[in-house]
Design a binder for this molecule. Structure first.
Ligand code: ADP
Length: 352
């Protein structure tokens, strides 16, 4: 049996402050949904509303077709992993993993098998007799994941599970989490992170949060290629965000016409808008949408050079591959980009 998660118009308030504002979001059964956004945007609050640790001021939370809004946490069939592992220091690994099973009053005879299975899945079978203090951070986090999986949850809630780990461990654990999800394809996952790499790597879809609100939601590719808002464009991947004016023929940047697709809805002639072009899609040399400018900074990044170019007072970033020589500072260059690589973002979609 598999079940998804649904937020139906969920708001959470602390005192008079709304920290989650009218969230509508569905995580399909078996889907990995990342909640991505800066610190304080309401991600953890949304996750805690699913877990049952905060009660919405309004709206309902569903797991599968069950309205769980008024259920206590232990009746929700949820596994949860948080940044700080939260293992019991006085219990051995096996007893930590067994904890949730005992609390749920699973038949005693079944518990050892379920513990062994969960430790096996997370590669921790050899450590069952150790205490948490005898484990590294990465191993403790594996135990926390084993504990969450032992109850065979329909829904797994992960709150910044990798942020206490160093960079190398983190990328290993990312691959582990992806593998675990392939082994448990029916489990729906809500994954809170402020790290776009984690979201892009693991998630089937990403819900972008900012200031208590859902800003955007889509597959990583959709958000990267067709961001709807400036916030998404700059938070998911790197972006040039250029202020342009809409004309009957297209748009202009500092008075110069550019050839970019203007969506039928939205931008009316005369309006200002923002043009999003990804730095790696900006080329050096002549081409469509040629922009003349002066190099103000060059960074060598191994496979690419990042050029910062002043184009009529606007800073344009270009990530250029296979440059044999580093271009000189202050030299005049021409950049270009293909019309189909530009996305026009209507002004005012992101209020602020
Ligand atoms: P995120 O997970 O995106 O970093 P949170 O959901 O943890 O954000 O927090 C959203 C906002 O709610 C923040 O401004 C935070 O300070 C506030 N907040 C969280 N928990 C509480 C609480 N128990 N009491 C008061 N304010 C809280």
């Amino acid at each position: 049996m598999t079940s998804g998660i649904r937020f139906a118009d969920v708001s959470v308030r602390y005192g008079t402050t709304t920290v989650l504002d009218s969230l509508d979001l569905t995580v399909e059964p078996g889907e990995v949904m990342a909640l991505l956004g800066p610190s304080g945007s309401g991600k953890t609050t949304a996750l805690r509303a699913v877990a049952g640790f905060v009660h919405p001021a309004s709206g309902r939370v569903f797991i599968g077709d069950r309205d769980v809004t008024d259920l206590p946490p232990y009746k929700r069939g949820i596994g949860m992993v948080v940044q700080s592992y939260a293992l019991f220091p006085h219990l051995r690994v096996a007893d930590n993993v067994a904890f949730g099973l005992k609390a749920r009053k699973e038949p005693r005879a079944e518990i050892p098998g379920r513990v062994a299975e969960a430790l096996e899945m997370t590669g921790m079978a050899a450590y069952a007799r150790r205490y948490p203090r005898e484990l590294s951070g990465g191993q403790q986090q594996r135990v926390a994941i084993a504990r969450a999986l032992a109850i065979r949850p329909d829904v797994l809630l992960l709150d910044e599970p990798l942020s206490a780990l160093d960079a190398q461990l983190r990328s290993g654990m990312l691959a582990e989490l992806a593998r675990l999800h392939r082994e448990l394809p029916g489990v729906s996952v809500l994954y809170v992170t402020h790290d776009q790499v984690e979201a892009l790597t693991l998630a089937d879809r990403i819900a972008v949060m900012d200031r208590a609100r859902l800003q955007d939601c889509g597959t990583p590719q959709e958000l990267y290629r067709r961001p709807r808002t400036e916030f998404t464009a700059s938070f998911v991947g790197n972006a040039n965000l250029l202020p342009v004016r809409v004309t009957a023929a297209g748009v202009t940047l500092a008075g110069r016409p550019l050839d970019v697709p203007v969506p039928a809805t939205g931008a009316a002639p005369g309006a200002t808008a923002t043009l999003c072009v990804r730095p790696h899609l900006v080329g050096l040399g002549e081409g469509p949408n040629a922009l003349r400018g002066r190099i103000t900074e060059v960074q060598w990044r191994g496979a690419t050079h990042r050029l910062y170019v002043d184009v009529a007072g606007h800073r344009v970033k270009a990530d250029v591959r296979e440059l044999r020589e580093t271009p000189a500072l202050d030299s005049e260059v021409t950049l270009h980009f293909a019309p189909e690589d530009a996305v026009l973002l209507a002004a005012g979609v992101h209020d602020g």
